[in-house]
Design a protein. Structure first.
Length: 637
């Protein structure tokens, strides 16, 4: 739902909150009076995608592409470099998987054709490897009231900054000033229609099922060039909308992006009540005229206020209410699976999820009776962190690896249940066969990206390697072959090497040696000698750049004897550092950096953002560029 009230006053927010509460009461009546559609099982999906330019970097093309597409199920996402395709819900019958694949392939092909017409391409991946932090600016936010209001509400609650800290093989610790971190994620969301009587049980089954399904589907190991979780989207999205402030003592607080806190016991209404009890209403919008008046007339209300509120609470498995025609329905929405690597892989993930959902229902009934909720949540996080290397505390009380659980129990169980549901044997064998081979080879999308990046280590520059990952992803997606059959990416697939050197952020060094302004000069000299660097940057307690110490600074100190006859090495760094050094920001063009270095006759420039040191560029940085240019000149002779 996109329609929201801009600049809502406190009175308007309270009025809308009453509308949300009233809608929840109306939903209770709808359920109790048996109006929810029963006996029909429908399956739907939402395909999110990235848009990239000819350098394989994010391209803010979605407004123009949507004009070319003119509907057809396409809609905006929060970032101008994102696009979403909504499929119509399909009745689960023999060929539902093939039909969904055909619809997805046709839709993604249309989007890619439109992107090509504008000089871009479509990429299906969880997090775009070439995405830079500067791409997540408000300038790249889709100009919709909903996104602006969402940003203002979350930033007000977060105090203007969102802290992101993710530890994996590498580590990221940054702050961001908007909800645009959300735009770094693209998913393949699937939803299953359920009846009111079974909704709580099916929600619990979805909570138990998602861990093993996610472990086989991971596709997002990199963020800003750092290797983090197998499915980094989970940590990134949870933290990107986390407005919780530290408390002086231990207090239980839930984030708006969350797995949840407990099983549903009797009704999915418990989930709505829990969310309303824990989370503020942060946006107002159009509400139904009294939903009870509609019910009294035999009409089914849309419950717009409740739907808008539900759209601001991002459970990984979410219960959604909707009305088709004049018939209300409930569906379980799975939001945890990433986009890509191919549509074939995504449909295979669908088959696994649907089969495991049905299989767990048949084998265990409601998992709340035999699995601790904390174990279900721990399983989910383990799957996100480690993919197929995860271990689970499973429903039957066993401790089991993801690969063993999938291979020996869940894939066979899913196959049996999908065949019992009446799905075509050829589809079941084909798509679960993709999962089986993916698990056997251990080559998920995440593993392919990591393996490819490792194979290119030492070749080119980091920006080139990341571009090669995206270029190779697009090339292999075009073949339709699932990811377990992909060969590693190669550096030459990145294409025009100059595209990897357009901005400082693409190639600056972020592994810096620094000293504090109160440190001894002797320490600075030691670091410069041992690390063979000609200058060292000086920071204060807040990591603000305050100066630079160079060999020239040390020579001046030694020539002056330290002043006052004291020991030169005992002088603090702040006494000899060069203050107010020339700096650039991460978005500075390469041409501008070279110009500044020539004009100022300097060989080293710190990179600073919001006053804080984030990287550096030196003459040595440009050696790969010089080598490439020389090679091109020689080839012309």
């Amino acid at each position: 739902m996109q329609d929201v009230t801009t600049g809502a006053t406190p009175d308007a927010m309270r009025s809308f909150t009453r509308a949300v509460l009233r809608d929840l009461q109306a939903l209770r009546r709808i359920v109790e009076e048996g109006h929810i559609e029963e006996g029909v099982v429908r399956f739907g999906a939402e395909q999110e995608m990235f848009l990239v330019d000819d350098g394989w970097r994010p391209a803010a093309l979605s407004p123009q592409i949507l004009e070319l597409l003119e509907g057809g199920g396409f809609t905006t996402e929060i970032g101008r470099f994102n696009l979403e395709l909504n499929l119509p819900p399909l009745v689960v019958d023999s060929d539902v998987l093939s039909r969904m694949r055909s619809l997805l392939e046709a839709g993604v092909r249309r989007a890619d054709d439109a992107a090509r017409a504008l000089g871009g391409r479509v990429v299906l991946t969880g997090i775009l490897p070439t995405l830079a932090k500067s791409d997540l600016s408000l300038a790249n936010m889709t100009p919709k009231d909903r996104y602006r209001e969402l940003n203002e509400a979350f930033m007000a609650m977060a105090g203007g900054k969102v802290a992101l800290r993710i530890e994996g093989v590498d580590e990221i610790r940054i702050e961001h000033d908007s909800v645009m971190l959300e735009a770094a994620n693209t998913s393949f969301q699937i939803h299953l229609q359920v009846g009111a009587a079974e909704a709580a049980r099916m929600y619990n089954i979805a909570q138990a099922a998602i861990a093993p399904v996610l472990s086989a589907s991971v596709n997002s190991p990199f963020l800003f060039g750092k290797r983090l979780w197998a499915e980094t989207r989970i940590a990134l999205f949870q933290q990107s909308l986390d407005t919780r402030a530290p408390t002086p003592n231990v207090r239980e607080m839930s984030g708006r992006v969350d797995f949840g806190n407990s099983w549903a016991r009797e009704s999915v209404l418990e989930i709505y009540r829990e969310d309303l009890a824990r989370f503020r209403v942060i946006m107002a919008g159009e509400a139904d005229v009294d939903p009870f008046e509609k019910l009294d007339r035999g009409e089914m209300p849309m419950l717009r206020a409740l739907q808008l509120f539900n759209g601001t609470v991002y459970r990984w498995n979410r219960v959604c209410y909707g009305v088709s025609g004049d018939t209300p329905h409930l569906r379980i929405e799975c939001r945890a699976l990433p986009a890509g690597p191919t549509i074939a892989d995504e449909i295979a993930n669908c088959a696994l999820w649907l089969g495991v959902m049905r299989g767990l229902e048949r084998e265990y009934g409601d998992p709340s009776t035999c699995l601790d909720f904390e174990d279900a949540r721990a399983n989910f996080l383990a799957a996100a962190r480690y993919g197929l290397k995860a271990g689970f505390n499973w429903i039957d009380g066993s401790s089991v690896s993801a690969r063993e659980l999938l291979t020996e129990r869940l894939i066979p169980l899913a196959s049996e249940c999908l065949l019992e549901e009446g799905l075509a044997r050829s589809d079941v064998e084909d798509y679960l066969g993709i999962v089986r081979e993916r698990v056997a080879s251990a080559q998920t999308g995440a593993r392919w990206l990591v393996t490819s990046a490792t194979a290119m280590r030492g070749e080119g520059w980091r920006a080139e390697r990341l571009a090669a990952l995206v270029a190779a992803t697009v090339a292999r997606q075009e073949t339709g072959r699932p990811v377990h059959e992909w060969e590693p990416a190669r550096l030459e697939e990145a294409g025009e090497w100059r595209r990897s050197y357009l901005r400082v952020e693409q190639y600056m060094s972020t592994d810096l040696y620094t000293v504090h302004e109160d440190a001894l000069v002797d320490l600075a000299a030691f670091i410069m000698e041992s690390k063979q660097v000609r200058q060292i940057l000086v920071e204060d307690d807040a990591h603000r750049l305050v100066g630079v110490v160079s060999y020239r600074s040390l020579l001046r100190l030694l020539a002056g004897g330290g002043g006052g006859g004291g020991d030169p090495a005992a002088v603090p760094v702040r006494d000899i550092m060069e203050r107010d050094p020339i700096t650039v920001d991460p978005d500075t063009s390469t041409i501008e950096v070279i110009r500044v270095m020539r004009e100022k006759q300097i060989s080293y420039i710190p990179v600073v953002q919001d006053g804080k040191l984030v990287g550096s560029v030196s003459e040595r940085t440009f050696m790969p560029l010089a080598a490439q240019l020389l090679q091109e000149k020689l080839s012309e002779l």
